[in-house]
Ligand binder design. Structure first.
Ligand code: PLP
Length: 416
């Protein structure tokens, strides 16, 4: 019996692959000095890990531009702020969705108040999908940006990002994607999906530590600096360097976070190497080398995705049989990630969350999931939100049984 049955991977993945812990410990002990700030050998070697992490992440996200355009950030919220504040100008129009997390909604609200931005929020259908035609119909002369989450952090529905990208490209706007819930689970190819800016967090599906993440800036896209400070280059100049990554990376980097992301990238590549999956992959056609990091990690993501969706499918099948349980969103329909939301009739989400934790040691997130517009559309804003389960790669059958048994008991209790 485990101490905890963890179903809160959408908040942060836990545990991480063992090699992430060991690599951080080993490399940080040996090279835990300021990368890029000095010419001594240790600093240069620490910097070489940072550069390698940029290169791996660039390939991982199908970014065909310079790896220097992978800009490290404190998390996705930080990266989204950097992108939105660095791209939008007074009078611009932005199209976004009602699925968004507050890390998109609040910077947009701030900019609306501060510089008079116009924002259109496009609703999703009842299953949690936004129609690209609705995005196209919202365009006006001043539309500068589409910003959209790749997957809903409440429902798990994966959005047709490539279609959003095609609309943006056709109309001369930029596409910024919040990949928090997909990075490390769903293959992302910035080039093919026409993604201009990709914000990712390091501590969820990417298996890095908390406090890590980044913004990948497409070639030819201009993001102005909104923070200023030391970079270790051009120190005599009064203004921020304009080259990437220094333009958007002021201050000492989170070396532990970056080492963790680097180790996790190696873990994905190893999984791809050992997955044995030699199925023809259309994405691999034309790839420079069959064992390139991009190809290996895409192969790994097929394994991750299949494993996680297998667990979600089994859980949804079982939960649908329990009287009083309501499941929100796409059900087992795809495209989706493993995260799903549910409620138990007669109890609010917080009560269910407390019972799961207190009686069953089942860890979920209950309540509003920082996505107020979606909760409003679902009718769960006033009723206390939903119970969110997010199985992860390391969720096993024991976790699933514990969670299902606990929900069955809670639903029976609620019907008494
Ligand atoms: C869709 C989405 N966007 C943004 C965020 C913010 O991520 P972070 O807190 O790591 O910045 C989250 C985290 O829950 C999320 O689910």
């Amino acid at each position: 019996m485990k101490d905890n049955y963890y179903f809160d991977n959408a908040a942060t993945t836990w545990p991480k692959p063992e090699c992430v812990y060991t690599s951080i410990d080993r490399v940080y002990r040996a090279l835990g000095v300021n990368p890029g700030r000095a010419g001594h050998a240790m600093s240069v070697e620490a910097e070489s890990h940072v550069a390698r992490a940029r290169r791996l992440l660039s390939e991982f996200f199908g970014h065909r531009g310079s790896p220097e355009r992978v800009v490290f950030a404190a998390n996705a919220t930080d990266a989204l702020n950097t992108a939105l504040l660095g791209v939008l100008q007074p009078g611009d129009h932005v199209i976004t969705t009602r699925l968004e997390h507050n890390s998109v909604l609040r910077p947009l609200h701030h900019l609306r108040e501060r510089i008079g931005l116009e924002v259109s929020h496009i609703p999703a259908d009842g299953k949690g999908y936004v129609d690209p035609d609705d995005i196209a119909a919202a365009f006006n002369r001043r539309t500068r940006l589409i910003v959209a989450t790749h997957a809903s952090n409440v429902l798990g529905s994966v959005q047709p990002i490539a279609a959003f990208g095609a609309v943006a490209r056709e109309r001369g706007a930029l596409l910024l994607v919040d990949a928090c819930q997909t990075a490390g689970v769903v293959p992302i190819d910035m080039d093919r999906m026409h993604i201009d800016l990709l914000a990712f967090t390091g501590h969820k599906g990417m298996f890095g530590p908390m406090g890590s993440g980044g913004l990948v800036v497409g070639e030819g896209v201009d993001v102005k600096a909104s923070r200023f400070g030391g970079t270790g280059v051009n120190s005599a100049a009064p203004s921020q360097p304009t080259d990437y990554p220094h333009r958007l990376e002021a201050g000492t980097l989170n070396l532990v976070g970056i080492l963790g992301l680097e180790a996790a990238q190696d873990w994905f590549a190893d999984l791809g190497r050992t997955s044995g999956s030699q199925d023809a992959d259309p994405d691999e056609a034309g790839a420079s080398s069959a064992d390139s990091h991009g190809v290996l990690t895409r192969r790994a993501l097929r394994v991750v995705e299949a494993r996680e969706l297998g667990i979600t499918g089994r859980m949804l099948d079982a939960l649908e049989q329990i009287p009083g349980v309501t499941i929100h969103g796409p059900g087992i329909a795809t495209p989706r990630v493993s995260t799903f939301s549910m409620n138990v009739a007669g109890l609010d989400a917080a009560q269910v969350g407390d019972m799961l934790d207190g009686d069953g040691n089942v860890c979920v997130r209950a309540g509003l999931h920082c996505a107020p517009m979606l909760h409003q559309d679902m009718g769960t804003l006033e009723t206390g939100g939903t119970v969110r389960f997010s199985p992860g790669f390391f969720t096993d059958e024991e976790d699933v049984s514990a969670a299902l048994d606990a929900i069955l008991e809670i639903a029976r209790f609620a019907q008494r």
